[in-house]
Write a protein that binds this ligand. Structure first.
Ligand SMILES: [Zn+2]
Ligand SMILES: [Zn+2]
Length: 328
């Protein structure tokens, strides 16, 4: 099977022909139908996240059909359509796992980072961490739900009941979260790269009541802000835009350094927090909610062999919505 493989961080992915993995007792072997391209893949490929498995097949927004399964993988039948998210395995015994916070597990494994992921024709995944894919979404449309959607949803939950919600960085996650937020009766204020009129138009189309550049001040005080752009300088900018008691949620796994800022920006019980990974419960909640909104994903498909081009476009900010790789 073809797998786009990272040999060393900072180098392009290489197309390699290798045998499909053999599923372990708890694993399903999926024939990959679509795999979304996430900003985290860029952080892995560029070497901004430490100690990836090497060589590595990236990709953690995988939609596939079950081709084979291990003896204990009873949750799915051969032929079922299944999604594989970022959270690939947890220990089940650490204090985080035992308190409903498996996203913070001390010994986790992550798809497309410490486990091989979906930039391939086949992937093996632990069935306990996979999700059934809701009907009504094509394979490509469903792929971005599995990270942009899931972790975006967790970020939105962390924003509490904020009515006026700022979203910094209007990419794959934001385009999903904006729809959910609007459905919940919130007002979305979208912040894009300064001067990116196209992204601002896209945000308004998805229901944002205001869209501007990340250096602009919104017309009203925000109750909360979610940062999807990996730009540390946006943390003080967002703090300056939120009202007293407001929360700034950093939704990405990696961010450039946050510059020093005056304490008065944090004063007034403002909060800065990060969101790490996902729990299986987040996945179940979000995948049940998405068809009700209904969340529509804007996807741009490329052949699997074009993975490097997909990453280049994402790095260059040329993508509206989400990119999805299609094998075969
Ligand atoms: Zn654990
Ligand atoms: Zn992701």
């Amino acid at each position: 099977m073809l797998a786009m493989t990272l040999r060393a961080p900072g180098t392009p992915l290489e197309p390699l022909d290798r045998p499909p993995p053999t599923p372990g007792p708890d694993q399903v072997l999926l024939h990959v139908r679509a795999c979304g391209v996430c900003r985290t893949d860029l952080h892995v490929v560029d070497g901004e996240l430490p100690d990836p498995k090497l060589p590595l097949v990236p990709g953690h927004e995988v939609v596939g059909t079950v081709a084979a399964k291990g003896e204990r993988a009873g949750r799915f039948a051969v032929g079922d359509r299944v999604g594989v998210p970022w959270l690939g395995w947890t220990c089940g015994v650490c204090r985080y796992c035992r308190s409903g916070r498996e996203n913070l597990c001390d010994r986790p494994a992550f798809t497309g980072y410490t486990l091989d992921g979906g930039y391939a024709e086949y992937v093996a995944a632990d069935h306990r961490y996979c999700f059934p894919i809701p009907d009504g979404y094509s394979d490509a449309e469903a792929a971005p739900l599995l990270c942009a959607g899931l972790i975006g949803y967790r970020s939105l939950v962390m924003a509490g009941d904020a009515r006026r919600l700022g979203i910094y960085g209007f990419g794959a996650a934001a385009h999903i979260v904006a729809q959910v937020a609007k459905h919940q009766g919130r007002e979305v204020y979208a912040f894009t790269r300064p001067g990116d009129a196209e992204a601002q138009r896209f945000a308004r189309e998805l229901g944002a009541v205001w869209a501007g550049g990340s250096t602009d001040r919104p017309p009203v005080e925000l109750d909360a802000a979610i940062l999807f752009a990996p730009v540390g300088a946006l943390v003080p900018a967002a703090l300056a835009a939120v009202a007293k008691g407001g929360v700034v949620v950093c939704g990405g796994i990696h961010m450039s350094d946050i510059p020093a800022f005056p304490y008065r920006l944090l004063w007034g019980e403002r909060v800065v927090r990060s969101v790490a990974n996902l729990t299986r419960r987040d996945g179940e909640e979000f995948l049940a909610l998405a068809p009700k909104v209904p969340v529509r994903t804007e996807v741009h498909t490329l052949p699997l062999t074009e993975a490097n081009e997909a990453l280049r476009r994402l790095r260059a900010g040329e993508v509206q919505g989400a990119e999805v790789l299609i094998p075969g």
